[in-house]
Design a protein around this ligand. Structure first.
Ligand code: 0A1
Ligand code: ZN
Length: 881
């Protein structure tokens, strides 16, 4: 484990390395405890660099067994090697030489899951961001592009399968039960994209013919016996490959594309060139074991990693500050893919919900950072919602500003200009400036400035002059180390909705540039006057969520109801209803705090009924609209002095009010949606299930027995329905006989399937209430739980600390105590997973004083632990700062 050195990396300190490594030859002699790695590196001095400039290579926990230059062993005085660094003070004066290194590593002991490790007896690697240096000494930075040839030697019985990047060049027998394979990847790549997999795995194969007629062999490798579960992932892969050709004109470039699913993985998946490695959770699925959400995630992540082949691999990042160059852009691409495969409106609503749930709290708390950060202590902690999700929103805004044609032209120019390079955000913005002749310098602040901008808007209408006026003011709240903010360029899509629900035409607009339904906010204050508007419209703002901002609009109360019924923009229609719900929940919270019972307007429950039964709306849309803002969403809106118990009580009260007011209609609709016929994971079928399961939740909140959910559970023919019923039982009827029986039945049925057991852990960890902390402690002793597997830790403890507001924030601090113990226990093996878990307390300052003090104590007790990893210390110190 790398302990913290306090070192800070700064963007402005970037400089090119003195040496390059145009060619890398690696030999692996695999064995679990003693793997030998021989690296033959062609080292080239960069033009203009002094002869004899020291060559300094990165390492991390390495043991050097041999070193030679151009075939001559070096004397001990010729170099200095520590586990973390190799320095050759006087390298040869020739511009090119060959450095041969032999290191020894122990994959079986690697529990951090970075570098070369073993998962279920399969050797695999994870090198992003800085894992390659745990394999051999190297210039382990993304601007060092090298052509790799990899020879893998292993025991044939233990590892019949030997994979690396690129194309297979040769394979054969070595005698003694061992064999080898040689892989060659012709595309120069940074070390973080290197991968090796060796083991005994099953496979499904397919093929793909590219637009220009090249054949690509596709393989997805999984545990033996699970091949059938990879079929959906394979289908998603082929659809992704076609889509990238059709939408971006991008073809796959190697003869082989392999995906390997492993069960121990720190993140979702990894885009290694030609050899993607996946968390098996994002590969394996069938209707019996995976929910509709799992299917959608698999589709999106398969696409995401595949799309990286161009945005990330062919054009990579100059340095890790540019992470959003590949991640924001690739998330944007996978979002667009899913929107095209499914329902665009529903997809957009889900994206925005995710952004608000994960990115907004980051941007509004102590861990806020720009989409392109300027400094970091530990790069692993910057794989964040800001870099990924907000990064994607920034790309989407570029498209909104330029329009689809110029956006595509800019993307084409990006590939033409930078293919084979390690690029920067400046390079990316420049292509769009060049194709559009626009100045994007103010817009670039979206990359450089942290914080969620806010717009306040007031409306007025003058019937006499037929003028409708919007007064719009922007502000960007201060964030850590950025107290003064500059004004942003915010593309605000809008519509003036007339009494018939159609958008009104207007004569002209002044006060801001308004083009194609978008107001361009660039100043602190704009007074935008629309002429020729004789009737007062309801104004629909930030349509399609054109900018990742918060918005407070002052208009007539009935306008929000009107927009929720009539806005022609589906996203804004959802948003209007969601705002109404959110306002009602905030009022309910305030009532609860004041000792009063919450009251809700009749109109709200009635509107919920109307939306539920509106056959003109997609099922999935209706399901999303009827899903109340979560407790964390409500807390974020309230922003200070949060008592999670009062938030919860208010939300329960609104659920009950809506359920009571619509009991008969919801029951009838619930029965009507009962799906017959074969299962399909397609968006329409998933939408129908989603609506039916939301109705089940409402109906389960009504007084009375748990019979409906129990029947739903026993009658379920797929995991989506089964998990929804189990959730309704466990959360709405905790401790009931029905809940206990269903939990036991689920466990009996799936005990041998860890990925399904994760759902069982999750549902119990998310059960609201002060008792759940004890339940989680008990579950940590369950034979299916493991502290070393990231999926297990996340499903049980991760869910508890991030998705159980009342349980985690128990007033006596028992939830925080469990948090501290688990974070520290996980950190010993896997600092990266521990650091991520530790972000659960990032919003501690918005709690009421009692909980706030206990949360602070918890954070302090972590930070006072000696020898913390760089990963955890960075998170805890920034959270406390
Ligand atoms: N580049 C991957 C994310 C990723 C980052 C770090 C990892 O290290 C454990 C693994 C994966 C992606 O965007 O999918
Ligand atoms: Zn990615």
């Amino acid at each position: 484990m790398r302990t913290d050195t306090g070192q800070v990396f700064r963007l402005e300190d970037y400089r090119p390395s003195d040496y390059l490594i145009p060619e890398t030859k690696l030999t692996f002699r695999l064995s679990p405890d003693q793997t030998v790695v021989i690296a033959e590196l062609t080292i080239e001095r960069r033009a203009g660099v002094d002869r004899g400039a020291a060559l300094v290579l990165d390492g991390d926990g390495l043991m050097l067994r041999g070193i030679a230059i151009d075939g001559r062993q070096l004397a001990a005085s010729d170099y200095g090697a520590t586990p973390d660094r190799l320095i050759i003070s006087n390298p040869p004066s020739e511009p090119r030489f060959k450095l041969t290194l032999e290191t020894e590593i122990a994959p079986s002991k690697n529990q951090a899951l970075m570098g070369l490790y073993r998962s279920n007896r399969v050797y695999c690697t994870q090198c992003e961001a800085e894992g390659f240096r745990r394999i051999t000494y190297f210039l382990d930075r993304p601007d060092i592009l090298s052509v790799y040839t990899v020879r893998i030697e292993a025991d044939r019985e233990e590892a019949p399968l030997l994979l690396s990047n690129g194309n297979l060049a040769e394979s054969g027998d070595l005698g003694d039960g061992r064999h080898y394979a040689i892989w060659h990847d012709p595309f120069p790549k940074p070390s973080y994209l290197f991968a090796l997999v060796a083991g005994n795995l099953g496979v499904i194969r397919d093929s793909f013919v590219t637009a220009s007629g090249r054949d690509v062999e596709l393989g997805i490798y999984v545990e033996h016996g699970k091949e059938r579960l990879a079929a959906y992932a394979m289908d998603a892969l082929k659809r992704s490959m076609r889509w990238d050709e059709e939408v971006f004109g991008l073809e796959y470039d190697l003869d082989v594309f392999n995906i390997v699913a492993v069960s121990d993985f720190n993140m979702g998946a990894m885009e290694n060139k030609g050899l993607n490695v996946f968390n098996d959770k994002y590969v394996l699925a069938d209707e019996e074991t995976a929910t509709d959400a799992d299917f959608a995630n698999i589709e999106a992540i398969i696409a995401h990693e595949y799309f990286h082949n161009w945005t990330g691999n062919r054009i990579t990042c100059r340095d890790w500050f540019q992470l959003c160059l590949k991640e924001g852009l690739t998330v944007y691409r996978d979002h667009e893919f899913s929107a095209d495969q499914r329902s665009r409106a529903v997809k957009r609503i889900s994206e925005v919900r995710t952004l608000r749930a994960h990115q907004f709290p980051e941007d509004q708390g102590p861990l806020a950072h720009p989409v392109r950060p300027r400094r970091y202590r530990e790069i692993n902690n910057f794989y964040t919602a800001t870099v990924y999700e907000k990064g994607s929103e920034v790309v989407r805004m570029i498209r909104t500003i330029l329009g689809p044609k110029l956006f595509r032209k800019g993307m084409d120019l990006y590939f033409e200009r930078h293919d084979g390079e390690a690029a920067t955000i400046e390079d990316f913005l420049k292509v769009f400036e060049d194709v559009s002749d626009r100045d994007l310098s103010q817009f670039a602040l979206w990359y450089h400035q942290a914080g969620t901008p806010n717009l306040t808007v007031t409306t007025s209408h003058n019937p006499a002059t037929a003028e409708f006026t919007l007064e719009i003011e922007q502000s960007v709240p201060p964030t850590p180390s950025e107290s003064r903010k500059r004004l942003m360029h915010i593309p605000l899509a809008f519509g003036l909705v007339g009494p018939d629900g159609k958008d009104l035409a207007y004569g002209g607009a002044e006060g801001a540039s308004v083009e194609n339904g978008v107001i361009h906010i660039r100043k602190r204050r704009h007074v935008v006057r629309f002429s020729g508007v004789s009737e007062r419209p309801a104004v629909s703002l930030n349509r399609g969520f054109s900018a990742p901002i918060t918005l407070s609009v002052e208009q007539r109360p009935e306008d929000q109801f009107f927009l929720a019924r009539h806005d022609s923009d589906a996203f804004s229609r959802w948003q209007a209803f969601n705002t109404l719900l959110s306002e009602a929940l905030i009022a309910a919270f305030r009532n609860k705090l004041g000792g009063k019972e919450p009251e809700f307007s009749e109109g709200l429950a009635e509107l919920a009924g109307t939306i539920a039964g509106d056959e003109a709306l997609e099922h999935a849309f209706r399901a999303l609209a009827l899903t109340l803002p979560g407790e964390a969403d409500i807390a974020r809106e309230i922003s200070a002095n949060i008592d999670p118990d009062a938030v919860f009580a208010g939300r329960e009260a609104l659920t009950a009010t809506i359920a009571k007011a619509n009991r008969d209609q919801f029951s009838a609709l619930y029965r009507q949606l009962d799906g017959k016929g074969p299962f399909s994971p397609d968006a329409a079928s998933a939408g129908r299930r989603a609506l039916r399961n939301v109705l089940l939740d409402y109906l389960s909140a009504l007084d009375g027995s748990a019979a409906l959910a129990a029947a739903h559970f026993t009658g379920a023919t797929n995991m989506t329905d089964r998990a929804a019923a189990l959730t309704a039982l466990a959360h709405r009827h905790p401790g009931s006989a029905e809940a206990r029986e269903a939990l036991a039945a689920f466990e009996r049925k799936y005990r041998a399937d860890p990925l399904v057991m994760d759902k069982w852990f999750q549902i119990q960890a998310a059960t609201p209430g002060h008792g759940t902390v004890d339940a989680v402690r008990a579950l940590m002793k369950h034979p299916g739980f493991s502290m070393t597997n990231p999926n297990r830790v996340r499903s049980l403890v991760g869910t508890f600390v991030s998705a159980n507001q009342t349980g985690f924030h128990r007033p006596d601090g028992a939830g925080y105590q469990l948090f501290v113990e688990t974070v520290l226990a996980v950190e010993k093996r896997n600092p990266q997973v521990a650091a991520r878990l530790a972000t659960a307390l990032r919003s501690w300052r918005s709690l009421e004083p009692g909980r706030q003090a206990k949360a602070r104590e918890a954070l302090l007790s972590i930070s006072s632990t000696p020898n913390l990893s760089a990963d955890l210390r960075d998170i805890v110190e920034r959270t406390l700062a």
